[in-house]
Write a protein that binds this ligand. Structure first.
Ligand code: NDP
Ligand code: DGY
Length: 337
């Protein structure tokens, strides 16, 4: 057990599942300071809370940039994020001749949560795809508001997966898990695109194709890539104009991969059939947002990894990454910068 003076300051930016808090407390080396709320920490409180911290446990809703690192000061050894996405760690995005310019040179290590949320996120993506393609929210609404008068041959028809072509943008951990789950629905062709072909695509008979081919030929376009400068606004007017009028667009990666004005135009003009989004810009999406006026757009509040057990495991992994960063030992999941 460390003495009070030896304890390392750790700032936790939100109330997190107890699995992680138990691990941090049990380690007996952390002087824990927690933003004990379900709501995001205000920027000023983040800057105050992180001052002199050795460790920062953050969420995807916290923008971690040079201002935060400067507010932390030279003690900071580790940032552990309760997410697999790391686009909110801004320093990671700014590359100068292949070098990361502010997280890495200061020796700050980064932990994240790959793999443990893959199944939950893939499952949610399939649920969102089916809900969007088969118009489930519209159907539920009609039952409640009296719109269901009788069985009608032409009413609430949608699109099925059987015999279809599915295109996955970003066949990473989650993309592959989505493809695995979709194949048994009778998908005829599974296309994917990314920075390079993936040997593991064989498992789902995946065909590596250029983005243009994927967008033109798919009945379902599923976005599961990470957000980076080359994927920001990837799905824009040109992209949607190449999709079939009967195609469904699904995004469970990050909202900024999509140009939402262009998506609104594509949906409202009938350029594409429907869209299902688990992620938006901003989050939360304002209730007055035009996308929410459309029946053919299903929007979920970023719940891809939201199962009790997944969030518990994410919390534990985030705590263990943080402790490893504090003690200079091997992290269970370190983001290699
Ligand atoms: P991975 O790193 O395993 O996969 C990311 C994939 O993105 C890689 O296959 C990569 O392709 C691909 N990619 C990168 N750049 C491009 C590009 N320009 N065009 C096409 N594909 C590209 O990460 P995960 O699968 O674990 O997670 C993916 C993302 O999902 C996370 O970054 C996060 O943003 C999001 N996510 C959302 C959740 C939710 O709640 N909705 C839950 C969890 C994650 P390549 O390998 O060829 O480089
Ligand atoms: C992530 O981990 O990046 C998700 O968006 C939330 O689980």
């Amino acid at each position: 057990m460390m003495s009070a003076q030896q304890m390392l300051k750790v700032f936790v930016t939100r109330r997190i599942p107890q699995e992680g808090m138990k691990i941090l407390k049990k380690a007996g080396m952390c002087n824990l300071s927690v933003w004990d709320s379900d709501e995001p920490v205000p920027r000023a409180e983040l800057l105050k809370g992180v001052a002199d911290a050795h460790g920062l446990l953050c969420l995807l809703s916290d923008k971690i940039d040079a201002e935060v690192l400067n507010a932390a000061g030279p003690n900071l050894k580790v940032i552990s994020t309760l997410s697999v996405g790391f686009d909110h760690l801004e320093g990671r995005l700014y590359n100068l001749n292949g070098c990361t310019i502010f997280l890495h040179p200061r020796g700050i290590r980064v932990g994240y949560t790959p793999d443990v949320l893959t199944d939950a996120t893939a499952e949610l993506t399939v649920a969102l795809l089916l809900a969007t393609a088969r118009r489930l929210p519209e159907g539920v609404e009609e039952v409640k508001n009296g719109g269901w008068s009788t069985w009608k041959p032409l009413w609430l028809c949608g699109y099925g997966l059987s015999g279809s072509t599915v295109g996955v943008i970003g066949l990473g951990r989650i993309g592959l898990a989505i493809a695995r789950r979709l194949k048994p629905f009778g998908v005829k062709r599974l296309l994917y695109t990314g920075r390079q072909p993936k040997p593991q695509a064989q498992e789902v008979d995946g065909e590596y194709v250029p983005l243009d081919t994927l967008v033109r030929e798919s009945d379902f376009v599923v976005v599961s890539c990470s957000l980076a400068p080359d994927t920001q606004s990837l799905c824009d007017k040109t992209f949607f104009s190449k999709m079939k009028k009967t195609s469904i667009f699904i995004n469970t990666s990050r909202g900024a991969v999509v140009n939402q004005e262009d998506l609104f135009e594509a949906l409202s003009s009938g350029q594409i059939a429907a869209a299902g989004l688990d992620v938006t810009t901003p989050e939360p999406l304002p209730t007055s947002h035009p996308l929410l006026t459309l029946k053919n757009c299903v929007v979920l509040p970023h719940i891809g990894s939201a199962t009790y057990s997944t969030r518990g495991v994410m919390s534990a992994l985030t705590a263990n990454n943080l402790l490893a960063g504090l003690t200079g030992s091997e992290m269970p999941s370190e983001l290699k910068l």
